[in-house]
Each structure stands twice: as C-alpha cells, then as structure tokens.
Design a protein around this ligand. Structure first.
Ligand code: GUN
Length: 295
C-alpha cells in the first residue's frame, strides 16, 4: 500500500511558518493583504474564494473579497483592479478563474500589476518563471507540488516526470520548474491529443495528472513504485452525503495506490497546498514592499 502524501499535514507546517512571518512583518508595520475578485456566482469558485479568505485571516493577514455580478462590464472590472493596484494595504491580487465568457480573461490578468500578481498569471511573471528569474511569482499549484516533493524528500534529479495536461495554471510552469537546474528532472508533457497516453505514463518515475477527468489514470497506466500527484478536483454527485457531492481526482485511487510508492489523495492532497502557496506568495509580496520602503 502506498505512502499517502498529505497536503493537509504539509500545509499545516507551512501555515505555521507563514503565521510567524506575518507576525514579524506586522511588528515591522506591514500586514500582508490579499484581495480576491470573484465575478458571478459559480458555486465552486465561491467555495474556493471563501477558503482563501479564511486561510488568510487565520494566518493573521488582511483579506478582502470583491464580489461582482456575472454581467459586470470590462471597464468596471478594470476599474476595480486599478483601485487594488493602487491600494497600499493590498499586496496580492487574485482574480478567480474561470471568468464569465464575455470578459477578455487575458486582458484582465494583464491588468493586475505584476508586483501584486500572486497568482503568477501575468505574462511578465509567467516569463520570469520560464527563464528562472526569481523576481516573479510561481503559480500556487506548481509551487505547492515542488514544496511537497522537497518536504517529502522525493528525489527529482535525473528522474522521468510525466505530466498529463498542458494548462497555463499547472502543467506548463511545473514542467519548467522541474527541468530547471536544481530539480534536474527529465520532463514529458502530454495532453489530450497524445497518442497512446499509457505508453508515456508507464514510463513515469513521478506522474503528475492535472486534467479534471475522474478515472483517467488506471492501474495499468502506472509503473509500480512510482510517485503519483493527482491535481484533479471534479465534483461528482453523491446524494448519500449532506453536501450532495464529492470531490474526486483524475486517478483511480483504490487501484493505483496498491502499486505505487506514494500518492496524493483527493481531497487533502495538492488542493490545500494551492491555498497555502497563495498565502506564501502574498507574504513574499508584502516583504518585498517592506524592503523597497527601506532603501
Ligand atoms: N481557479 C482555479 N484555480 C485557480 C487559481 O489558482 N487561481 C485563480 N485565480 N483562479 C483559479
């Protein structure tokens, strides 16, 4: 049976470290502040936004949520972002995705000033991550997976990492982080047009799946002894529990956990790390502000 990599436990460690750092920053006169902009009333997004706000407050940080109607105009949204860009109490800004279809999401992400872009989605920060420039922000999910690898002492040098999915939020930044000097992994990136996906996933020493398709990865697709990270979070109806739904990953957990060395569960795996690394990025943004004010 596989070792379970608990994102909840690792998050707890990091959140205690963050709380200590927040206290230090507060003593120096700066309370890290995160603003989350939520457009519309998508229930899953609203849940995530509430979790982000609560995590902020628990860490002693300032949290502000700006909730806009689903039919908000582009100019009004830009105005809200401009206000947050100029607000000295706010160090990190996050526009919750997905946005309603009428909004030009690339232009919206570019409106967030890069020094407050704690999501790391602005092209300047994405480019910095790609070239290995530490002035940027690493998106929270890839940063969380890198932190889990480090804290679980899972070696990556020379290992074959296979990533399923090619998103801007997870897979692309993760590929560039893993192949960089330091982690030194060999990375294969696969996606929905990859021919014979299983022939790639079976080669993986470390398999990372970020697609959003429950049951995509079956035991036959995994090398015995591999380490598996399941980034999928899909709601499936389950009338037997009060919420009426469960969150499931992309990996057949029951089957795959019989043959691998270690695996992240869903929920309680990569998910909690994502929120934690967002707090880390906000603390980094606040610390940079403090250092700027001292020179
Ligand atoms: N929606 C799902 N994941 C994310 C994320 O990491 N950041 C933002 N802004 N929206 C998301």
């Amino acid at each position: 049976m596989a070792r379970v990599i608990s994102g909840t436990a690792i998050s707890g460690e990091i959140r205690a470290e963050i709380a200590a750092e927040v206290e230090e920053l507060r003593q120096a006169g700066i309370t890290p502040g995160l603003a989350v902009v939520l457009v519309g009333s998508d229930e899953a997004s609203a849940v995530y936004v509430r979790m982000k706000a609560r995590a902020c407050e628990r860490a002693g940080m300032l949290s502000r949520t700006i909730h806009l109607p689903a039919d908000v105009g582009e100019d009004e949204l830009f105005g809200v972002i401009d206000g947050l860009n100029a607000d000295p109490a706010i160090h990190g800004i996050l526009v919750q995705l997905p946005l309603p279809g009428h909004l030009p999401y690339k232009a919206v992400l570019e409106r967030v000033t890069p020094e407050k872009d704690v999501d790391g989605f602005h092209p300047l920060n994405a480019g910095r991550a790609f070239v290995g420039d530490p002035r940027g922000f690493i998106p929270a999910t890839p940063a969380g997976i890198m932190e889990m690898l480090r804290r679980e002492d899972i070696p990556t040098r020379g290992k074959h990492v296979v990533i399923v999915g090619r998103s801007l939020i997870v897979s692309k930044p993760l590929a560039s982080l893993l192949m960089a000097p330091g982690p030194d992994a060999t990375v294969t990136l696969t996606h929905k047009h990859t021919v014979d996906l299983a022939s790639h996933t079976r080669m993986a020493d470390i398999l990372i799946v970020a697609v959003g398709k429950p049951g995509l990865i079956t035991p036959e697709m995994v090398k015995p002894g591999a380490v598996v990270f399941d980034v999928g979070t899909t709601r499936v109806a389950d009338p037997s529990i009060p919420e009426g739904y469960r969150i499931v990953g992309d990996v057949d957990y029951e089957g795959v956990s019989q043959l691998v060395e270690a695996i992240t569960p869903v929920p309680g795996g990569v998910g909690p790390m994502t929120i934690t690394m967002l707090l880390v990025n906000t603390v980094i943004a606040a610390r940079r502000k403090l250092e700027e004010s001292r020179v």
